[in-house]
Design a protein around this ligand. Sequence first.
Ligand code: TEU
Ligand code: CA
Length: 575
Amino acid sequence: ASGRAWWKESSVYQIYPASFKDSNGDGIGDIQGIISKLDYIKALGVDIVWLSPISQSPQVDMGYDVSDYYAIHPPYGTLEDVEMLIKGIRARGMKYVMDLVVNHTSDQHEWFKQSRTSKTNEFRDWYIWKKPRYTADGVRHPPNNWGSYFSGPAWTYDEQTEEYYLHLFASEQPDLNWENPKVREAVHKIMRYWLDKGASGFRLDVINFISKDQRFPDVPVIDQSKPYPEGAKYYACGPRIHEYLQELGSILKEYDAFSVGEMPSVYDPKEILKAVEFERQELGMAFQFEIMDIDHGPQGKFSPGNFQLKNLKSVVSKWQSFMYDNNGWNALYLENHDQGRSISRFGSEKPEFRSVSGKMLATFLGLQSGTPFIYQGQEIGMTNLPETWRVENLRDLEAINFWNELTQRTPGDTKLHRQTMKEMRLKSRDNGRLPMQWGPGKFADFSSGSTEPWIDTNDDYENWNASSQVCDPSSIFNYWAEILKLRKTWVDLFVYGSYTLVDESNDDLFVYARSFGESTAVVVSNFSEENVKWSIPADVKSVLAAGKLLVGNYEELQVTDIQGEAITLRPFEAF
Ligand code: TEU
Ligand code: CA
């Protein structure tokens, strides 16, 4: 990868505002709460703070349904609070990145309220409206069979004008019609407004979905129990995507801004490269989903999958090498507000392994080629929701809709329901949304008040929280800080160096090398909870023999241990 850029040398901390820190005791996190924790974020050593949406929103999808891009959701605070936040972030030498959700708006946005009033309204064409289809029996059907990511069809019929509108997500999240130049202009205006206010860039929500195949074809139904399959092949990286992204890219360039595009449902790195190739000046980097989908089952996300290290190796190595070789760039992440916690999915929640496996994952992720993203709570090893949770504890519409649809379709199938609940405990979006565990006090010190938080806290906060970790040099928090510091100390090697997978066929260890000029680093991660004996490959042996130990997640590891013929790695050991 040739081109250098400030955002390649940065790391990012993601905040989910509702669950981060509640300053006024109403049970909902807020901007003043974030401001009160900026020193904590700075101490971790990140460069960029990205906030999930804080714009005005009816919160059908936790703010990913915006009703006014220029106003702040009142429970979070005011515009003045946001200005103060941006100031506080910048005063600490960090940058603010905003979540921009413009594939769709809320149905409560003024544009949509206008759009639905009549076929001749000036905003009609800002959304995607189509006539119904009728079968011979006179029954009305949606214009095609695409499914919504939140269950059911991707189209909702509107009585007022007797047409359907498209929504790839909830029916309260109508998709904007990017074919309309006025929509694009409106988006550009929003971007400039926030860049002028001091934002240093954007995380662009499902940005690869903005250009739809204008024929809106049906997708073949393979499974009769799923009459509304995913239509992604007709809108993920669709026909005019790069034209639209170039328009965004030229604004971003003007401000030397950061950008990361969220790009689900595309697994061909060549497609994503077209958006993140350095010279094309579209986006800086993209979140691909191949790693996140690795433990999804054949029946989708909430069916049992089988996580295997060899799959992770091939997926990670595919993206690492491809982006490096082709002047692209990777966004590195194992967690966000849509995912289960990484220790629960890829490490171990067992008390004796929780900390060490969290540090192993930090080593594994943080030293790869790309820009690392840390999601709130990941830096202290927060884990998934407890076994005791039932569907009543869940707050996320994806899981709730899925559950309702499933239980209605398969009444009495308790085995399936139990299995689904188990998978939800592993992969539902709620897992990442539990209140941040600040301390051992009531509500994990997330909230000062007596009002219950909007979502229950986890059970383990008395022993597992930020305040105890910040001052403990052996904590996950301080280990992450060390990893991020290594990237700063060895910029050429860890930011701009190449990636090579080592010992591909090893079933327990993920080993890779980073190289730049004369320097090489070998990163070894044991993904198993057993001792693993590793016969060090010859070419690696010479590197280790000449080198020094930069970091390791077991305190007693000696340099001489790694300079022999073979070493035994302890459970989840990484160095
Ligand atoms: O997510 C888009 C997306 O495709 C997923 O990660 C989604 O959560 C998953 O496919 C469901 O199985 C983005 C946001 O990150 C998410 O929070 C929003 O709900 C969604 O877009 C709609 O704006
Ligand atoms: Ca609050």
